[in-house]
Unconditional design. Structure first.
Length: 228
């Protein structure tokens, strides 16, 4: 008599820990992750938190930490890797300009033919160590736009730690490639004035979200003996 009982296949705790790099953790997979995906509820919580803090869901990027490529000999994600993680989000913010600019205007910007975005300044604050296995979400929060520049905050949010591990505050300048000088985008044709108006509205909306978050989640007082 044959035994039709289906035996449960063995699962791997280590593969579950790094399941964020598996295609079975993506939309379109034919079934659930073979070793379970502990990151699904963590991702949901992280996204809810980031949106409540005013970060733009449209331009977020998720990065999975790799054991060999991203860590230093001490088992910490390298400082240079933080900037690579954040850089992908910076570029997606620029890609989002197509909500206001025509395809030709976006192409000309990307190919440095007309107006380009140039990093003006930034400050990186590494708040926590990041280690394998983990995944981070890079997220941008629009804060203030001026005629010749735009400012915002970009963070890396750890799924495992459920906290911001790194933050960059900075600004970019809109530069005319022909003159190599800053340009007032309100004086340009096409969709540039619309971009300025749109990002002005975003700044106001984000300010309200940020202030509400800070009121509901006040920062704890710094300890007197803190050295940081």
């Amino acid at each position: 008599m044959s035994d039709n009982t289906t035996k449960a296949l063995p699962s791997s705790a280590r593969l579950a820990d790094s399941s964020y790099i598996s295609p079975y953790s993506r939309a379109g997979a034919p079934g659930p992750h073979p070793n379970t995906d502990p990151y699904a509820p963590l991702r949901a919580s992280a996204l809810s938190t980031l949106e409540a803090m005013g970060f733009d869901p449209k331009t977020m990027v998720e990065h999975g930490v790799l054991w060999a490529e991203h860590q230093d000999p001490f088992g910490h994600v390298m400082h240079s890797q933080f900037m690579q993680f954040l850089g992908a989000c910076f570029y997606r913010v620029m890609e989002s300009y197509d909500e206001y600019l025509s395809k030709q205007e976006c192409d000309d910007m990307a190919q440095a033919k007309t107006v380009i975005t140039v990093i003006r300044k930034y400050e990186l604050d590494i708040r926590r160590q990041l280690k394998y296995p983990d995944a981070v979400i890079a997220a941008f929060r629009q804060e203030h736009i001026e005629p010749t520049r735009n400012s915002g905050t970009t963070v890396l949010f750890s799924l495992k730690q459920q906290a911001i591990v790194a933050e960059v505050k900075g600004s970019i300048t809109y530069m005319d490639v022909k003159t190599a000088r800053p340009v007032d985008i309100r004086t340009l044709g096409g969709g540039w004035p619309l971009l300025f108006e749109g990002f002005t509205q975003k700044s106001e909306q984000v300010k309200a979200l940020r202030e509400r978050w800070e009121k509901e989640h006040p920062k704890p007082a710094r300890q007197p003996d803190s050295k940081i």
